[in-house]
Ligand binder design. Structure first.
Ligand code: UDP
Ligand code: MG
Length: 322
């Protein structure tokens, strides 16, 4: 059995050595029997610090270490896709480089994989997180689960083990706008959830600004189905209905009492509400069209600048053949 561990890294110089060491230690300890081997694939997502140098050094020392270096920063989704594409393991573990995903969970994941599960998902609690962000996340997941038809769970991230079947399922989806949380849930298969204690980042800083979080949130809402479009349609319908009733009432009043001129308030209300609803709807439409625009270009998800993988060409072809 070959286990691949894929680790996306972007400017992780401060912690990458510690991660390498702990990961290697855990993976060495996992070996039950002679048919066990592992590979550690680090995807350097266009880091601007010396992450790549450190990875190269590690690869020279440890034959299990592979690296793939992108030509620029393509984002974590692209980095994970690259990892999945290049991984040759019977099962694949995805984890962050900042030790927020404790490598010590991997043996347990492998145990459940051995029990026949295709996705072993590590779920963190929100201990130590800011109260406000935990609350916002809770609200967000309630909203999203109402709208989107795949199930998304709070505390569940990319830290998970995937069987070869699950990996192939993910690779079959070559869409440009990748929203992993949704994709993981979409493929299905037998899932096992295991819990772990929330850990704060070991060193370095998070790449998630508020703006990035917001746009990620919108991605989650939009990228799975056309319900937001349907909501616009329903909003329009409700408005038309209300307007119709209002027109009827006004008409009756005119017939009974004649036309009275004052009507500034109602006019302004109507303009504002209808204008607002129209703008939101156009915005939602635009989001979808924007996505179509990116999809039809069929651009590769990432470009590889440097790697020590031997069969890199094969996987690269797949990336370009979209
Ligand atoms: N990451 C990446 N490309 C990016 C941003 C992040 O590969 O553009 C990696 C990063 O190195 C880390 C993981 O994705 O291994 C999660 O990032 P981070 O710790 O900043 O996110 P958080 O844990 O705060 O959600
Ligand atoms: Mg992190």
């Amino acid at each position: 059995m070959l286990v691949s561990v894929i680790v996306p890294c972007f400017n992780e110089s401060a912690v990458i050595e510690a991660t390498l060491e702990r990961l290697a230690q855990v993976m060495e300890g996992c070996g039950h029997g002679s048919d066990y081997s592992y590979e550690l694939i680090f995807i350097d997502d266009g880091s601007r610090d010396d992450t790549l140098d450190k990875l190269k050094k590690a690869a020279q020392k440890d034959g299990h270490v592979r690296y793939i270096s992108f030509s620029r920063n393509f984002g974590k989704e692209a980095a994970m896709l690259a990892g999945l594409t290049y991984a040759s393991g019977d099962c694949v573990v995805i984890m962050d480089a900042d030790l927020q995903h404790p490598p010590e969970m991997i043996p347990e994941m492998l145990y459940w994989y051995g029990q026949g599960y295709d996705q072993v998902i590590a779920r963190r609690n929100r201990k130590g997180d800011k109260k406000r962000s935990a609350f916002m996340a809770h609200l967000y997941y309630r909203l999203v689960n109402h709208i989107v038809d795949v199930k998304m769970m709070d505390g569940v991230g990319d830290f998970r083990l995937l069987s070869r079947k699950a990996v192939n399922g993910l690779l079959a989806m070559q869409e440009y706008n990748r929203f992993s949380k949704g994709l993981f849930s979409w493929i299905g298969f037998k899932e096992k959830i295991i819990e772990y204690e929330n850990v704060q980042r070991a060193a370095g800083e998070t790449k998630w600004s508020f703006k990035r979080l917001l746009s990620y949130g919108i991605d989650g809402l939009i990228s799975f189905n056309n319900k937001p479009l349907r909501i616009c349609f329903v909003m329009g319908g409700i408005l038309v209905f209300i307007s119709f009733i209002y027109i009827l009432i006004t008409l009756v009043q005119i017939l009974l009492h004649g036309i009275d001129v004052p009507g500034y308030f109602t006019t302004i209300c109507a303009i504002l509400i209808i204008g607002g609803v129209q703008l939101i709807s156009v915005g939602v439409l635009g989001e979808y069209i924007g996505r179509i625009y990116y999809e039809v270009k069929h651009r590769p998800h990432f470009l590889v600048a440097d790697t020590n993988l031997e069969d890199a060409g094969k996987a690269e072809k797949r990336n370009y053949d979209r």
